[in-house]
Design a protein around this ligand. Structure first.
Ligand SMILES: [Zn+2]
Length: 104
């Protein structure tokens, strides 16, 4: 039972990191020059649609993304961390520790 659970967790993590690396290698992530309401704001371009990711530098709020996955599937599987959020957290050294939240 425990082993199966571990396996599922690993599969989930692998899937998210693969998706995030796809974002990193094929999409363009551009940080807006000024924070908005305390959030660092990133424009994600190059996918089927453009999305906006918001990261709070002091963890005062969870990361947000405008994509549908962040609202639906990712909420159940990774606390609302979609591949765009994970890609931004991976690419920004100052925010990378917030990645831990997705896997706790
Ligand atoms: Zn997203």
């Amino acid at each position: 039972m425990k082993k199966q659970e571990d396996f599922n967790l690993k599969a989930r993590d692998d899937r998210f990191f693969r998706a995030a690396y796809t974002v990193l290698s094929h999409y363009r992530i551009k940080k807006r020059p000024n924070p908005e309401n305390g959030f660092a704001v990133f424009d994600i371009r190059g996918g089927t649609s453009d999305y906006v990711v918001r990261i709070h530098p002091e963890w005062a709020a969870p990361p947000q993304c405008s994509c549908p996955d962040a609202e639906n599937r990712a909420r159940d599987n990774a606390r609302g961390y979609c591949k765009h959020i994970i890609a931004v957290l991976l690419s920004e050294k100052e925010f990378s520790c917030q990645l831990l939240e997705a896997f706790l």
